[in-house]
Design a protein. Structure first.
Length: 466
């Protein structure tokens, strides 16, 4: 039988995978026709596949491996905790040191009065928790009808029923009868794609005011909360204009609506601060975290809750009939604590803020000189480029031309993992990327863009330079 140390040859792994493994977010027929790419090991910023090809991981896994691969300290933290107490739950008035210490540490790090933590196994689960918690909050205050949650088109909040409903991905809603009841969506602050002739500042205000219009349509006495990512990640690294967040917060306060900020990607240094809420001056009532909390080494998520919400729940909420077997899993909490310790000890966030993110910004923005790139945008260590046939017109390729996928495949061939979101190419590298690795990443991106341009030009898909 196969062992993991000495794995089967690639083609046999692919055949077993095709026969038995259903993948997330993959077209099974298309994938199995060529065989899944098999990743077998990783170190630092690099992955190796089963054929020995080396890849620079420009995505930190799925936006999560913030300290890179091969961090023995994180492995040891898990092993120590698993020897001492591999599992116990936090239900029914029980706790354990890793969950206690991690909640206290998160309360120190999180902005404002976010001092209380409800643990989940993932970002999706944490957002499901948020849906129930904000509705329970208002019901505890005698307003059970204040339960609608407003979210955004093209937002991403996870894949469980409630989280996918909060998300505004139409392809996800089409499968399985989503969204669930009492969740509605407003337009996103995506200037390059939807801003038309507005200035970014005007557009940011207009898209924030869509929240007010929606609250007035539904009735503020029926709206529990608004949820958004500070910067949309999976939607294509969409960075809102500066006018957006102040207006959103004014509206939430004016109408007594809770604000849930989903920092699953943006937390733990991704934007050059502990949280993007600091970058945009956001004061959330609840913050969702996951991914970078353990650098992805073990699964965990959490809702970090303000004094205001937590106090109502403890004074009037009674028993919260909600919890996951793995809420506060001891090994995941231990890895999270060690990960947070390393981020601090190695000055990861300061280095990102003062050195590597500014360096990446300069290099990344040089991509906008490429004929195929309409905009190169960046916030800390998350960045995107818009592929366009016509920069001046901010035009799009037709949906069936699959330009993003073509570019992504060239990246793979060239040894770079860069993700495509439609025709937007995104990166989110490990936070400890060095300046020479930034050069390597941007160099490979340029090369892959050239190869993509070549194919498009030959296919007559570019607006001619003449
Ligand atoms: C990935 C993601 C989630 C979902 O987290 P999972 O751990 O995959 O369930 C939620 N919100 C945002 C912003 C994400 O990027």
């Amino acid at each position: 039988m196969a062992t993991l140390d000495n794995h089967l040859p690639t083609n046999e792994l692919q055949a077993l995978d095709a026969a038995h493994h259903i993948h997330p977010f993959s077209d099974r027929a298309a994938m199995n026709a060529k065989g899944a790419r098999v990743i077998t090991r990783a170190d630092g910023l690099y992955l190796w596949d089963s054929e020995g090809e080396k890849l620079l991981d420009g995505m930190a896994g799925l936006w999560c491996v913030n300290l890179g691969y091969g961090r023995q300290e994180l492995v040891d933290a898990a092993a120590r905790q698993m020897s001492q107490l591999p599992y116990y739950n936090t239900f029914f008035q029980t706790t354990h040191p890793p969950a206690v210490m991690l909640s206290a540490r998160l309360a120190e790090l999180a902005p404002g009065t976010l001092n209380h933590v409800f643990f989940a196994g993932s970002g999706s689960e944490a957002n499901d928790t948020n849906v129930r918690m904000v509705r329970h909050y208002w019901a505890s205050l005698g307003q059970p009808d204040k339960k609608t949650i407003i979210a955004r088109k093209n937002g991403y909040h996870g894949s469980t029923l409630a989280a996918a409903s909060l998300g505004g991905m139409s392809a996800m809603h089409e499968q399985g009868g989503l969204p669930i009841l009492d969740i509605t969506h407003i337009d996103q602050p995506y200037w390059w794609g939807e801003g038309g002739d507005n200035s970014p500042a005007e557009f940011g205000l207009a898209r924030a005011r869509a929240l007010e219009t929606e609250i007035e349509r539904i009735g503020a006495d029926k709206v529990a909360a608004f949820i958004a990512e500070p910067v949309q990640g999976a939607g294509g690294v969409i960075i809102p204009p500066e006018t957006y967040w102040p207006e959103i917060q004014r509206i939430c306060r004016a109408h007594d609506i809770l604000l849930i900020v989903d920092e699953v990607i943006t937390g733990f240094g991704r934007t050059g601060n502990w949280f993007a809420s600091e970058v945009f001056n956001i004061t959330p009532d609840i913050m969702t975290i996951a991914k970078g909390l353990t650098s992805g080494y073990l699964p965990i998520g959490a809702s970090v809750v303000s004094d205001k919400v937590a106090n109502v729940l403890s004074e009037k909420g009674g028993d919260f009939h909600h919890g996951y077997t793995y809420s506060g899993h001891p090994a995941a909490c231990a890895v999270a604590l060690e990960n947070l310790r390393l981020i601090e000890e190695e000055h990861v966030i300061e280095t990102v803020a003062t050195k590597t993110a500014p360096y990446l910004k300069e290099k990344w923005q040089s991509l906008s000189d490429h004929p195929l790139v309409g905009e190169a945008r960046i916030c800390g260590m998350m960045a995107a480029i818009e592929l366009t046939p016509d920069k001046a017109a901010r035009a799009r390729f037709s949906d069936d031309s699959n330009v993003g996928i073509t570019c992504r495949n060239f990246c793979f061939d060239n040894g770079l993992i860069m993700r495509s979101v439609g025709d937007v190419m995104v990166i989110s590298p490990p936070l400890n990327i060095s300046t020479s690795q930034i050069n390597e990443l941007v160099g490979l991106a340029f090369k892959s863009l050239d190869m993509t341009l070549d194919v498009l030009t030959k296919g007559g898909l570019m607006k001619s330079a003449a």
